[in-house]
Design a protein around this ligand. Sequence first.
Ligand code: SME
Length: 166
Amino acid sequence: MAETLLVTGTTRSEIYQSLLPQIEALTETETDWVANLANVAGALRQGLGFFWVGFYLVRNGELVLGPYQGPVACTRIRKGKGVCGTAWAENRTLVVPDVEAFPGHIACSSESKSEIVVPLHNAQGEVIGVLDVDSHLAADFDETDAHYLGRLAQLITQLHARAAQA
Ligand code: SME
């Protein structure tokens, strides 16, 4: 498909519903893992305007910065550290309404006020990274984001499996 996005809808749920099929179309003919993650980050930032959207990938026992859109960020996060490292260690989505109140939060930018981190899995169910979305607004994420970003994480599992076969 053409590398353009047509974002429709006014509620966040409608925008996710508009974005998800387009992200599937954007990634369906590409087998390269990094290229696909880069476009997923770009589509989420373009569609929803978040402050920071990106991936941290498990590399030799720690999370290492992957494709992202937004200001520069820390490159390495240990398991159990910060929101990302905790989502990895506990293998669950974390919605953090106030990052200042999260014990051990890693502050890459004082402009980030709330965030959601979703673990990513390979076909065997192992955590291979996390999707991290940060907002400059407090309490900007809820169950709607957890639902649609969880669906996106399932697509990313498929993309990972396809890249492994390519
Ligand atoms: N806030 C994250 C660190 C990554 S940046 O926000 C891009 C954390 O505590 O895991």
